[in-house]
Design a protein around this ligand. Structure first.
Ligand code: ADP
Ligand code: MG
Length: 257
């Protein structure tokens, strides 16, 4: 059982601008939570803060993973603790192939789980697992030998992220969805990948602007996020309501408040 707790979390940019203004949220294994909010509401900032990106400062509150306060932990430590973030805009790493990247990431996590002692997965075992996961997630084998995200289409980047998630087996996955540009096939791959992994060992936080992806991943909880705060919570039906009415109701409140 894994649990990620955000306790009254406040996050500011490097220049001190407050973006996330007090978020309380608990994500446990077996659960899919969706955070839905308009552009600029601070969704990616929240995701980066959870992942430990140094450009985002936690100015109040706590991030707790399985009872351990990781608010000040480095990004690598969090990843080793079982947190995984799929970025909205994944970076290209020219010179590092998808295969090598995944092998290194996997072995780093294995080392951490093995008390800091190297425990690399034997190459034949890695190959077998890698090929099986690629086939599962319909990632073209041709991508394996290409440089990570270098010239990849939006859909290819997402597939490779889900592949990474399937290989690393995180305990809590945070997916910061791109709001547009994913075709239905890529959306389905992301959704099926998440669906396959959510269970006793993994929970997911799916961040999105549109509810398109939520047609394929059924969230257990939906949190409406406006101006850096959760302004309403509900079940999957809330995502459908948002599709019709948008975020205006809360944005107006924000203006008059
Ligand atoms: P969302 O993901 O909901 O669209 P973001 O978290 O990306 O929102 O952005 C929230 C606000 O913070 C925006 O006004 C954005 O311009 C600003 N912001 C986020 N990251 C940075 C950054 N690294 N430098 C400057 N401004 C940023
Ligand atoms: Mg964003």
């Amino acid at each position: 059982m894994a649990t990620l707790e955000l306790k009254n979390l406040h996050v500011a940019l490097e220049d001190g601008t407050p973006i996330v203004n007090g978020v309380d949220l608990t994500v446990s294994s077996g659960e899919v939570h969706a955070i839905m909010g308009p552009n600029g509401s601070g969704k990616s900032t929240l995701a980066y803060a959870i992942a430990g990106h140094p450009a985002y400062q936690v100015t109040g509150g706590q991030i707790v993973l399985d009872g351990v306060d990781i608010t000040e932990a480095g990004a690598d430590e969090r990843a080793q603790g079982g947190l995984f973030l799929a970025f909205q805009y994944p970076h290209a790493i020219p010179g590092v192939t998808v295969t090598n990247f995944l092998r290194q990431a996997l072995n780093a996590v294995r080392k951490a789980r093995n008390g800091g002692v190297d425990d690399p997965m034997p190459v034949p075992e890695f190959r077998k697992l890698f090929l099986a996961k690629m086939d599962d997630l319909k990632v073209s084998r041709e991508l394996a030998s290409r440089y990570l995200n270098d010239g990849f289409s939006g859909g290819e980047k997402k597939r490779v992220e889900i592949l990474q998630m399937a290989m690393l087996r995180p305990r809590i996955a945070v997916l910061d969805e791109t709001d547009s540009g994913l075709d239905i096939d890529a959306l389905k791959v992301v959704a099926e990948g998440v669906q396959q992994l959510v269970g006793p060992e993994m929970g997911a936080l799916v961040i999105t602007h549109y509810n398109r992806i939520l047609k394929y991943i059924k969230p257990d909880f939906v949190h409406v996020f406006v101006d850096g705060k959760i302004v309403e919570q509900g079940g999957a039906e809330l995502a459908e309501k948002l599709e019709v009415s948008g975020y205006e109701e809360w944005e107006k409140e924000g203006v008059t408040a």
